[in-house]
Design a protein around this ligand. Sequence first.
Ligand code: PMP
Length: 424
Amino acid sequence: MVERSLYERANAIFPPVANRATSLGIVKGEGVYLWDEEGKEYLDFASGVAVTNVGHNHPYVVQKVVEQCQTLIHGGHNVVYYPTYVELGEKLIEAVDPNYKVYFSNSGAEANEAAIKLAKQVTKRPGIISFKRSFHGRTLATTTLTASNSGYRQNYEGLLPSVYYADYPYATRSGLNEEDEVKRCIGVLDDIFHCLIAPEQVSSIIVEPMQGEGGYVVAPKAFIKHLRKVCDEHGILLIFDEVQTGFGRTGKLFAYEHFDVKPDILTLAKGIANGFPLSAIVAKGELMDAWTQGTHGGTFGGNPVACASALAVLELLQDKYIDNAKKMGEYFVQELTQLKEKYDEILEIRGLGLMIGVEFVTKTGEPNADLVKKIISKALKKGLILLNCGVDKNVIRFIPPLIVKEEDINKAITIFSECLEEQL
Ligand code: PMP
C-alpha cells in the first residue's frame, strides 16, 4: 500500500471544481491498459475521454516524440516556422481539402473559440446558433455554446451575447420517428430565424455531427444536410465540432465523411496528438485568408513535439487503425446487442465506429442514472474503466483506443455483463 495515495495528495492541493470520473492514481499505460499506483491493471475503455486513439504510449509515437524532443521542443508559432508544424498542416489539408487552411491551438475549447471568432470576423455578423445538449468547452465563450448541463453556467451568466439554441434530433427521446424528429428540429431552427434572429445576422452554426457529452446521439444525415443547405442559402458558416468524433473514432478519419457534408470550419483536438495538448481548426482558404492578421493567436499552438506526435498518429490511423475502429465497432455493437435482448433497462445501443453509447432506463422508461453509476463503479472495481454521458447521465460510453482487439472487447463485455447481472 502506498502511504498517501495520489488521490489524497491531490485533494489537499487541487480545488474540487473539475469533475473527475474516478479516484485512480495512474502511473503507467500501454496499449489499451493502465496501471495504478498499487500495480492493479485496468482495461481502459475511456481513452482519457477519446484521446489516446492509437493506445497508450504507442512505440511509434514515442519514437517520433523522442526524436523531436532531441531536436526542438519549442519553436513558438508566433516567432518561427518548424518542420512538424508545416508537415502536419500539409497532412491535415491533404486529408480534408487542398483548398482549406489550418490554424493550431492547444485544446478543444480553444479551437472552438478560434472557429467562432473567425466566423464573426469574416461574416461581420454577431449571431451564433448552437444546439441543446451540445458540449463545446468551458472557456467563457465556449461555456456559452455548451448546452448540455445548466450547472456549467452556474454564476457565470452574462456570457457571450447573441447565442441561440436549436434542437438536436433525438428520436429515441422524443418518441417520434426519425423523419418526423428531423422535421420538428428543422421547425425549431426556422422559429429561431423567424422570431429571434434573422439568418442574415447569424455568423455560424456550430454542431457536433454526433453529440458526445450530450449522450452519444448521432445526427440523422437529413438534418446535417439541412444545416448545410440553410448555411449556403444565408451565408452562414457551418462549424463541425469534431473534437470528440475526429481522428478515426467513428470509423472514418472525420465524422463528417459519414454525412456527405463538408463544414466550412472543422474543429479538432483530443485524439489529434494522442495526449499531447494540440488542437486545430481547418477552414476554407478564403475564410482563413480574410482573418485579419494579429486578431487571434497564442504562445503554444502547434508545439513541435505535439505536432510530431500528431504526424505519427495520422500515419498509424490511415495505415490501419481507422479500419480497425470500424471493424471492432461493428463487433462491439453486435456483442452489446445480445445483452440488450436480455435486459429491458437497455433502451438503445448507438454510435459510429468505436464511439458507442448504451442508454439505460428504469422499468418505467425514465432515464436511469443510478444504474449507470452503479455499473460504472462495479466495472472499475473489476478493472474496466468506463465513463457516462448524457444530460441525464444515463448513458455509458465505450471509447477504447482504436487499436483494441476482439479479445479486449470480449473481456470488457464479460465484465460489463457481470456488472449488469449483479445489478439487475
Ligand atoms: N468539443 C467537444 C465535442 C468535446 O467533447 C470537448 C471535450 N469533452 C470539447 C469541445 C472541449 O475540449 P477541451 O476539453 O480540450 O477544451
